[in-house]
Design a protein around this ligand. Structure first.
Ligand code: ZN
Ligand code: ZN
Length: 398
């Protein structure tokens, strides 16, 4: 007892005029941090936990707090005697049940562990699945069939888990509550601890003879085909919720939901951003120079677009309403943006080459450099030009 004791207010980190609620809050914090359940085998944490509990026992009791304020630790020295190694303070008078009851119930999940028999109906857990669809299926919507393993109430025992003809008995250890309260005599007195009943694992029932259909669980798993309506306009990563196709509920609660995540495959020519579709369409130099009707692929099929004479490469064309429908309203559709890209001819016949040279001359160009075909600015050492698609993206981002 030579060990000097810390001031109770200091232990809880509260001021001397702290009110009851502040003291309780401070104790919760410290107790949570140093609780033996959270720090198994840590003697220092255990010491701190006891120290805080002792401080709380005194400061939460108006009489004891008054005595402590007046006389300090001396107020309790030699008091009850033999109560333990804590300066003789008599903790048997301290009531921990209220704080341990409401505090450790929610702190350590005691009340949430397992399915308590006393709990009301609870919704079952959700099940997650994913389904792969094509770009077009995402644009226009589709029906998919999924294989899902669903738990159902066992028909043999009607979900009780007990062998037909028998029924589950109320657990005698917890009286059907699913929880047991342990009363422990410890250093600082009587501590009540609520735990899930070890006999019935929180169900409140004991099954003597298990149902052979479900092994006592009350559930059987069935593989089922569930059709999913995927709405037009859905995007990669979005989910479709199918109500009550998840895990069964507890105590008569509704089933959970089935959440189907959609994975959209890449398209070879179309790219999507929200409700808009992007693609590039190659045109020849002659088409660009002279103008022409070109065929453009859209999700609605081919569209004939008239390229104006003198069209430059990188020209953007907007095909209104050829994009993706809004997932909320199929009548609202995004647009399809097409970038026209002039193709440089690579494999020319002698005749075509001659025609081009002639064309070039007629255009007023006289400096022919047929041997050095490398364009100068893309030679080594030159600043790397931005890729074509980078420019396209920039243009669309404005
Ligand atoms: Zn059964
Ligand atoms: Zn029990």
């Amino acid at each position: 007892m030579a060990e000097s004791k810390r001031d109770y207010y200091e232990v809880l980190g509260v001021s001397r005029d702290a009110d009851e609620a502040t003291i309780k809050k401070a104790y919760r914090k410290v107790a949570k941090k140093y609780h033996p359940d959270m720090n198994p085998g840590d003697a220092e944490a255990e010491k701190k936990f006891k120290e805080a509990s002792e401080a709380y026992a005194v400061l939460s009791d108006a009489d004891k707090r008054r005595q402590y304020d007046q006389y300090g630790h001396a107020a309790f020295e030699g008091g009850a005697g033999g109560a333990g190694g804590f300066g003789g303070f008599d903790f048997n008078g301290a009531d921990f049940s209220d704080i341990f009851g409401d505090m450790f119930g929610d702190l350590f999940g005691g009340g949430r562990r397992g399915g308590r028999a006393s709990q009301g109906p609870m919704k079952g857990a959700n099940i997650r699945k994913s389904v792969r669809i094509t770009f077009e299926e995402a644009v226009f919507g589709c029906e998919k069939e999924l294989d899902v393993v669903l738990k159902d109430s066992c028909p043999k025992c009607n979900g009780t888990g007990a062998k037909p003809g028998t029924s589950p008995e109320t657990c005698s250890k917890c009286g059907g509550k699913g929880q047991v309260v342990y009363t422990q005599q410890s250093f600082f007195g009587t501590v009540q601890n609520v735990q899930t009943c070890p006999d019935c694992h929180g169900t409140g029932k004991i099954i003597r003879e298990k149902c052979s259909g479900c092994g006592g669980t009350g559930y059987v798993s069935n593989r089922k085909k569930i059709s999913v309506s995927i709405p037009a306009g859905i995007d990669n990563g979005q989910s479709v919720r199918i109500r009550e196709k998840g895990e069964p509920g507890v105590n008569g609660g509704p089933r959970g939901d089935l959440l189907v995540e959609v994975v959209v495959s890449r398209h070879p020519i179309f790219q999507r951003q929200d409700m808009h579709i992007f693609s590039t369409v190659p045109i020849s130099f002659a088409q660009a120079a002279l103008g022409a009707d070109v065929k453009i692929k859209t999700v609605d099929g081919d569209v004939i677009y008239t390229v104006k004479p003198g069209t430059k490469t990188g020209t953007k064309v907007r095909l209104k309403g050829k994009g993706v429908p809004s997932i909320r309203s199929a009548s609202i559709r995004g647009d399809h943006y097409v970038t026209l890209v002039i193709q440089t001819p690579e494999h020319l016949s002698a005749e075509a080459k001659e025609a081009l040279r002639k064309f070039d001359e007629l255009s007023g160009n006289t400096l022919h450099t047929p041997e050095s075909s490398e364009p100068k600015d893309s030679a080594k050492g030159g600043k790397k030009k931005k890729g074509f698609m980078d420019k396209v993206k920039e243009a669309f981002e404005d």
